[in-house]
Design a protein around this ligand. Sequence first.
Ligand code: EPU
Length: 423
Amino acid sequence: MDSILVKGNGPLNGAIPIAGAKNACLALMPATLLSEEPLTLTNAPRLSDIRTMTSLLQSLGAEVSSLQDGKVITMSSHGVLNPTADYDIVRKMRASNLVLGPLLARLGHAVVSLPGGCAIGARPMDIHIDALAALGAEIDLRDGYLHAKTQGGLTGAVHEMRFASVGATENFVMAATLAKGTSVLSNAAREPEIVDLVHCLRRMGAEIEGEGTPTITIQGVTALRGATHPVVTDRIELGTYMLAPAICGGEVECLGGRIDLLAAFCEKLDAAGISVTETERGLKVARRNGRVRAVDVVTEPFPGFPTDLQAQMMALLCTAEGTSVLEERIFENRFMHAPELMRMGARIEVHGGHATVTGVERLRGAPVMATDLRASVSLILAGLAAEGETVVSRVYHLDRGYERVEEKLSACGAKIERIKGGA
Ligand code: EPU
């Protein structure tokens, strides 16, 4: 297993290109199952999660090829499809559940393994099941698999979700594109990745309105066509790299960055004393003067502060002046990075969904362990600002969601390298 060695060495200066969004791409790829014609995605990120989704789609009978080292992915689902998403792939990545809606819509039946829990929480599937059941699917759980079928296809329906789940919104919208009649989803999630999925489905001929609002209306059509679609910028990768100069000092321009993708996060950076300015190429981030100020953060569905930036924000607040409270409202167990940051000298107390962080002047390098994707990058950020060396082990988590992290940070002057093999 690889690890990452980081040496804290002062301010970062330069430019970092931001990739296409992992979480948009993971929803866009299953959309290929809705059409017999090819779907091409450009600006795709080069990540292990994308390779896992590629394997899943291939196991379902889709043809997947890539160009430009994976930046362009072309998928075609014209042949006979296999309706079963196997546990061996689904357990590796929860987003595999996004094939359920498309398979049901295209084939009228699907068998998809339940993903099981993960490091950040139990993450059940009840909201997905209720949403697809509203469209007429009959879903039973047998042998760890969801067995879903319809009587003569899906039928449009009005449905309100009990919580604005990102994945359940994506499954419902994809399924409803080929259902008979009109579907209305209320309390829908509003994340930019859902807006991007709808833009792509529209290019494929779907009739959808209301993306980015809590009510999405879908008029079912009989078939979808092929399309080419550029994946939206990864707002979580963007926020992560915006935090690098915030923690280390210096000035970094994040190429392709947009404030509208991260308005709540940018407000917190401003309150902490970090300047964010729009440029022609993206967003320029700089720490104004002296230490960062403490700020309180509550994670919420979009447009609130994203849970996927909570760990990285905590790394920043570890060296802020004063005490910050971070409240995690999306996942029940997403503070696994706190004890690792404490190994580096951070002062953090966790009580249930709240973490209280009392800033210290300086963190100290230490061997630490990544527990999940966002935790892993928060430890790298902390290491960049710490005195001495930090070795982050279990970086396979990092490779799921960040491409070429060492290269991007080194280009701005960071001392960071990958150590092959080891613990
Ligand atoms: N939930 C249920 N039942 C369901 C579905 C969700 O109780 O049927 C709960 C979850 O357990 C969780 C909350 O609702 O506590 C939010 O889950 P949601 O369905 O919105 O999340 P998701 O679709 O599973 C996506 C991202 C996550 C991101 C969340 C929240 C993808 C592939 N994943 O997950 O990304 O944290 O939305 O914004 O889009 C990451 O990239 O590191 C990551 C975890």
